[in-house]
Design a binder for this molecule. Structure first.
Ligand code: C2E
Ligand code: MG
Ligand code: MG
Length: 278
């Protein structure tokens, strides 16, 4: 009897959480189609010159006065089949931003857009991305496509084929959250990436000597392979000193700027960022 009722209890709870998720996804998709999603941008900074050389586009849900970050909804978009639409929305916004700069006679910055591993399974993804950029008539080398290391868990031959096609089409390819999975080295070996982004986890703890040796050698190896290395999650001058120690010249993080809507960034993008003495 006890077992039966406790089973029923879990069953109800399960059903309730299922229903809650269902409502949440309905709300969020309605909000997405109701233009409540906006793109924030975060500068990528070249440390020696302290100049912004590019941006990463990061999606936000603006629910009234509240700004909701992607960690609460990306996996739901992936699970319920809407992630393609979301990624393409961000790509279009990035293209429009680049055109705004070109029209204003400003030299455009490159913009990185995140592409979900789930989205990457779409057999027609390469054409779709090419078509968007053709429609907006922007130079493709200004668009960087960030894919995460976990795509290595997908069909690797398929990922390779698409990565090569995207590169041949002129896009820059970037490996996001690099170094956290078990497949980092095989990525360097197999995927033709232009950029690797060292995961912010590296900088959120004190590294021991062994880790420092590994990470600085990964950077060295990437540089020899003509791969640019940028570090994410750079929050303090100590982090920047550490980057200098390991030979990484590019950084993205709260130390320079949080992700912000373009109207709040526009006037700080074109002058060198302030930085404490190294
Ligand atoms: P990501 O692509 O690795 O993006 C970097 C994340 O680190 C962003 O979180 C950014 O706000 C955060 N960050 C930047 N600097 C710092 C720092 O100094 N300290 C700390 N603690 N965090 C920092 P955000 O915007 O919450 O995005 C989370 C993730 O959601 C992204 O990680 C990306 O995987 C995903 N995402 C965001 N936008 C999109 C999108 O349009 N499509 C897809 N598929 N995924 C997206
Ligand atoms: Mg990213
Ligand atoms: Mg990342």
């Amino acid at each position: 009897m006890y077992h039966k009722s406790s089973y029923a209890f879990f069953d109800d709870a399960d059903e309730a959480s299922h229903r809650k998720e269902h409502h949440f996804i309905q709300d969020i998709i309605a909000a997405f189609h109701n233009n409540e999603f906006i793109v924030y941008y975060q500068p990528k900074v070249h440390i020696p010159t302290r100049r912004c050389y590019g941006l990463e586009a990061l999606i936000r849900w603006k629910r009234g006065n509240e700004i909701i970050g992607p960690d609460t909804f990306i996996s739901l978009f992936e699970k319920h089949g809407y992630i393609d639409e979301l990624d393409m929305f961000v790509l279009k916004q990035a293209c429009m931003q680049i055109n705004t700069w070109i029209d204003a006679g400003i030299e455009p910055l490159s913009i990185a857009v995140n592409i979900s591993g789930v989205h990457l399974r779409d057999p027609d993804i390469v054409n779709k991305i090419v078509n968007v950029c053709q429609y907006f008539d922007i130079p493709r080398n200004l668009i960087e496509l960030e894919i995460t290391e976990s795509v290595m868990l997908e069909d690797i031959d398929d990922v390779m084929k698409k990565a090569i096609a995207l590169k041949q089409a002129g896009f820059k390819l970037s490996m996001d959250d690099f170094g956290t999975g078990f497949s980092s080295l095989s990525i360097l070996k197999k995927l033709p990436v232009d950029i690797i982004k060292l995961d912010r986890e590296f900088f959120q703890k004190v590294m021991d000597q062994r880790e420092k040796i590994i990470i600085s050698n990964v950077i060295h190896m990437a540089q020899q392979l003509n791969i640019n290395v940028i570090s994410e999650g750079i929050e303090t001058i100590e982090h920047i000193r550490f980057l200098q120690e390991i030979g990484c010249e590019e950084a993205q993080g709260f130390y320079f700027s949080k992700p912000l809507p373009m109207e709040k960034l526009d006037n700080i993008l074109w002058t060198p960022f302030e930085m404490e003495e190294l």
